[in-house]
Design a protein around this ligand. Structure first.
Ligand code: PMP
Length: 389
């Protein structure tokens, strides 16, 4: 079978050592070796999220469960919440919070844009919001927001601040504690570098206190921190415990990947993602393609959402790319779904992977009748790589 390169914005290509950890014989969830591994994962998460005082949760589920857990535990009926949305996943957060009885307001950016700090501050001034959610990188638009000033506004107005970091943690810079972000949620299958199946949360002491002081019962049994907190504390203190059987092999793989991330070094890792993303964007722009993101300074380093040129049809384009054994994703934002494709570039990827992607994109564009200088995107990319050496 021919190897295919999976370049969608999650799941991504995984390191063979991470995958090998999933194929070892499964041990008991209370085996001393597994307790040790879980405990290591918790402390590595604190380092990677830069949240030394945070409470980590590692639970079987996807990123949506991590969002759901944040909503279920921190929202009570009638709470005023503010959702900052830069696309599909911002809207999902509103749906989740509404399910738990929130009185929600959404500030929606135009497609490819961001919500201004002025608009956020004006809304926070208008009434006392209990919490605010926002998306670090919205995977439907490839737009990144800067979490730091938004977290600072939340602090100023005494509003809890919840960041959807599903498409950013371990690739885009986050200093959770220093920036004052109360909750960061993510999942395993993106820049964390582990196959799908883990919901990860890091919760500040302030947010844990808000949960402790709830007046009503958490309306979701599986998500309730009350069930998971004793388990996380037990693993951290290296004691056996049980609430729901953890996905043992995924957590073994998580330890391997988190160690690799820590070994690379966070600054180096952010820099690698930035460099490759900027070179990739320059390459596609050099042949006349445009990003969905309106201002390149807000373009994500984890994925690029690229508009098709006039006349190129999604099915034909994606089909020709995949005939070159490269898998990229179609559009996701409902309003422009047919107008763009997405390329993930996070985790263990290297420049060689992006050369393969650019080659497949050029092949597909020329096959689909787009008039451009063949080889130019590849050359642009290569020139940027060469300048860096
Ligand atoms: N938020 C963002 C920003 C995402 O990219 C995704 C997944 N694409 C999710 C939330 C939901 O995660 P999952 O698919 O793992 O439930």
């Amino acid at each position: 079978m021919t190897k295919q390169l999976l370049m969608i914005p999650g799941p991504i290509e995984f390191d063979t050592k991470v995958l090998s950890a999933m194929s070892v014989p499964t041990v008991s969830h209370v085996a001393p070796s597994f307790i040790n591994c879980f405990s290591n994962c918790i402390s590595l998460m604190k380092t990677i999220f830069r949240a030394p005082k945070g409470q980590a949760f590692i639970v079987s589920g996807s990123g949506t469960l991590a969002m759901d857990m944040a909503g279920a535990n921190l929202v009570e009926n009638g709470d005023d919440v503010l959702v900052i949305s830069t696309g599909y996943f911002g809207e999902r957060f509103k749906t989740i919070l509404d399910r738990y009885g929130a009185n929600s307001t959404i500030l929606q950016s135009e497609i490819g844009g961001v919500v201004s700090l002025e608009a956020i501050e004006k809304e926070l001034q208008s009434k006392p919001y209990k919490l605010l959610t926002f998306t670090h990188v919205d995977t439907s638009t490839g737009v990144r927001v800067n979490p730091k000033p938004i977290a600072a506004l939340c602090k100023k107005y005494d509003t809890l601040c919840i960041l959807d970091g599903v498409c950013s943690v371990a690739a885009e810079e986050i200093a959770q504690d220093e920036w004052g972000i109360d909750v960061v949620v993510t999942a395993s299958q993106k820049a964390i570098g582990v196959p799908p199946g883990l919901a990860l949360l890091m919760v500040s002491p302030k947010a844990m206190l808000v949960w402790e002081n709830r007046k009503s019962l958490v309306a979701n049994y599986y998500s309730d921190f009350a069930n998971w907190l004793p388990i996380m504390k037990a693993y951290e203190e290296k004691r056996p415990s049980y609430f729901g059987t953890p996905p043992v092999n995924l957590i073994l793989a998580l330890e391997v990947s988190l160690k690799q991330i820590q070994e690379e070094g966070m600054q180096k890792r952010f820099e690698r993602h930035r460099f490759l993303a900027e070179a990739f964007v320059a390459a596609v722009e050099s042949i006349g393609l445009e990003l969905v993101c309106k201002d390149n300074k807000n373009a994500a380093f984890t994925l690029s959402a690229v508009r098709y040129p006039q006349g190129v049809q999604p099915v034909d384009f994606l089909g020709a790319v995949s005939s070159r054994n490269v898998i990229v994703a179609g559009g996701l934002h409902p309003a422009i779904k047919q107008e763009y494709f997405r390329v993930g570039h996070m985790g263990i990827i290297s420049s060689s992977d992006l050369i393969a992607v650019l080659s497949a994109i050029e092949y597909s564009l020329s096959k689909n009748g787009y008039d451009f200088e063949s080889g130019k995107a590849l050359k642009t990319f290569q020139d940027i790589l060469n300048q860096d050496n």
